[in-house]
Design a protein around this ligand. Sequence first.
Ligand SMILES: [Zn+2]
Length: 174
Amino acid sequence: MYVGHLGVALAGKGWRREAPLWLLVLATQGCDWVQVVACMAAPGSSPMWSHSIAAVLALATVLLLGSYGVTRNRQVALLTAAVVVSHVLLDYVTGVKPTWPGGPMIGLNLYDHPIADFALETAVVCAGWLVYRRSLPLEVRGTRLAWLFVLALVGIQLLGAFDLAFLPRVPKCV
Ligand SMILES: [Zn+2]
């Protein structure tokens, strides 16, 4: 999953306004960023380091503690950890991810069905944006900028869908 993850961060922010959005974005993208760093350090790194159950729980724990250290708010810390876990749950729908060393790779691999993938990611990001939008001041909710924001996210996903549908598969890090 790509921009759908950002929908989860937006929904989290809409649900708990006191949660810093940057923290939720870090939580929702953390697994992929760990994988990018691992791939830069050692090209071809296994997603076991970033997307296995143990790796996700480790990252969730680190960000739970870090989040509590920054915000001193238990609900925000728990939300941050839950957002980390949501990453791999959504990845199990759109891709195929490892479970544990020697364990099976699991996932529905919606990437093989780009239209369905696009529909799901668009639905998740729009739902997250609608929850987030409720947290905005009334005078901001209906502005063009607020709508442009979600349209830009859907546009980015559309580019990703075209990539998946029409371009040759390139080895992806994430
Ligand atoms: Zn991922």
